[in-house]
Design a protein around this ligand. Structure first.
Ligand code: AMP
Ligand code: ZN
Length: 458
């Protein structure tokens, strides 16, 4: 089954394929800025990318996919945070990187094969080298304060991804303002490759490109330099949230293609935002939820994963706490269904689910097809094929109550055995296990889709 994904550059669905002689598919995904916990809007994007990674592994084999996701560990926000807390920048970014990794693990995300940091000396070198080339080729210039800017007019291809030139003709369009990030540039649409040190930057400065002042790299250049260092000049798929399409990805293309003389990415994919009450979930609007805030309300991380994946990735998704309750009960149903399956059956039963995932990552259609099977019953559906689909979605359903129960592990194990026995209609074994649970001081309350454990009152 070919894997087709919408390409933001050509604006059509295209089949994904590796282009390098080694057959390794090169996948680059813009990562988080590490100065605070990522919110679940960010995680919507990272989870969609996790499903892309899983589909690529199924398609080309786990050894034939290389997935890189960067960490932005220097920019205005990270520096401000360090300054406000009176801590070294590296301390702050380490803390939030660790938190990001813990949240990714709780949400069952596969770990990227490389996770480069902008301030890694090797990658600082790579960024400075690229800027040196752009200066030599006349695509960049030094400003009076020692910063370096990319000269947008030097790259005729600028705007191909975002159609920014067409959009600029629209009245009231704020795109120019968006691209503007300093006063020293020759033209409003030029963007910073290197930012000369300012007093607000504190200790955070590095030696710059030739003839430039000490300072720090601009944000866009980090992805160009790090994808080149790890994946090579041309990658097979580059992704991020829609807000990255312009100016970030447009600028990455300009820098990389002027420097290398090669296409940066063969395919671009952008997923849509998570909204709250019709507005983008974002730190600046203060309308965000973190994973911790939701788990503190008793929601399981798997339900969060399910709820964030349940909408079409290329459509905006409105977040509500109700969607988490629905997700929790969907997970319980999937758990119970998985328990009821045997090795018998034909894997083609899952084809409609797989087909939807391969057709531009239509996750809602895939879940719809999956629940059609669940509602029909276990006949003819082999457990291995069902498990593979759950793996592709990264869902690990558990019985409700099991995850939240404060019961000790041996009690949860007994409960799981009893639930399985009951699903298999082995009531004798289920009764025996109920007795064992009672002897351990626990009672098990059975629901339609799962169970709850409660301590027996003495
Ligand atoms: P940042 O840490 O701000 O660089 O963002 C990390 C990723 O999260 C980027 O790919 C953004 O496009 C994405 N993102 C930010 N806000 C949202 C949102 N509300 N919904 C979905 N993705 C988002
Ligand atoms: Zn990027």
């Amino acid at each position: 089954m070919a894997l087709r994904l919408y390409d933001s550059m050509t604006r059509e669905l295209r089949v994904l394929s590796p282009s390098h002689a080694d057959g390794v598919f090169r996948f680059y995904n813009c990562g988080p800025t590490v100065y605070a916990p990522a919110h679940i809007g960010n995680f919507r994007t990272f989870l969609i990318n996790d499903v892309v990674r899983r589909l690529l592994e199924l398609q080309f084999g786990p050894a034939k996919v290389k997935h890189v996701r960067n960490l932005t560990d220097v920019d205005d926000k990270t520096i401000k945070r360090a300054r406000d807390e009176g801590r070294p920048l590296a301390d702050v970014t380490r803390q939030w990187t660790e938190k990001f990794h813990a949240d990714c693990a709780a949400l069952n995300c596969l770990v990227p094969h490389d996770e480069p940091r902008a301030t890694d000396p090797r990658h600082l070198r790579g960024q400075v080298d690229m800027i040196d080339v752009l200066l030599r080729k006349g695509n960049a210039y030094r400003a009076p304060d020692g910063s370096v800017y990319f000269k947008v007019s030097s790259f005729p291809g600028y705007g191909a991804l975002s159609r920014v030139k067409e959009r600029e003709l629209q009245p009231g369009d704020a795109l120019k303002a968006l691209a503007a990030d300093a006063d020293e540039k020759e033209d409003g649409s030029d963007f910073a490759l290197w930012k000369a040190w300012k007093p607000d930057d504190g200790d955070n400065q590095w030696p710059g490109p030739e003839g430039a002042a000490p300072g720090r790299p601009g944000w866009h250049i980090e992805c160009s330099a790090m994808s080149k260092a790890i994946l090579g000049e041309t990658i097979d798929l580059h992704t991020g949230g829609v807000d990255l399409l312009f100016p970030h990805h447009e600028n990455e293309i300009a820098q990389s293609e002027c420097c290398n003389g090669q296409q940066l990415s063969r395919h671009w994919y952008h997923s849509e935002h998570l909204l709250v009450d019709g507005k983008k979930m974002s730190k600046s609007l203060g309308n965000l939820y973190t994973l911790d805030e939701l788990t503190a309300k008793g929601v399981s991380p798997m339900a969060v994963r399910y709820a964030l994946l349940a909408g079409h990735p290329r459509k905006q998704l409105n977040f509500s706490l109700d969607s988490l309750h629905a997700a929790e009960s969907a997970m319980a149903k999937l758990h119970a269904y998985g328990q009821s399956l045997s090795t018998d059956g034909d894997a083609v039963a899952l084809d409609p689910v797989r087909a939807a995932l391969h057709d531009d990552l239509n996750i809602p259609a895939a879940l719809g097809a999956l629940f059609t099977l669940v509602n029909r019953g276990p006949q003819g559906v082999p457990k291995a094929a069902f498990d593979e689909v759950l793996w592709t979605l990264g869902l690990k359903p558990t019985a409700p109550g099991a995850a939240a129960a404060t019961a000790p592990a041996p009690v949860v194990a007994l409960a799981e055995q009893r639930w399985t026995a009951k699903q298999a209609r082995d009531f004798k074994a289920a009764d025996t296990l109920r007795g064992e649970l009672a002897a351990a001081g626990w009672s098990m309350l059975d629901g339609k889709d799962g169970y709850k454990l409660e301590p027996l009152k003495k």
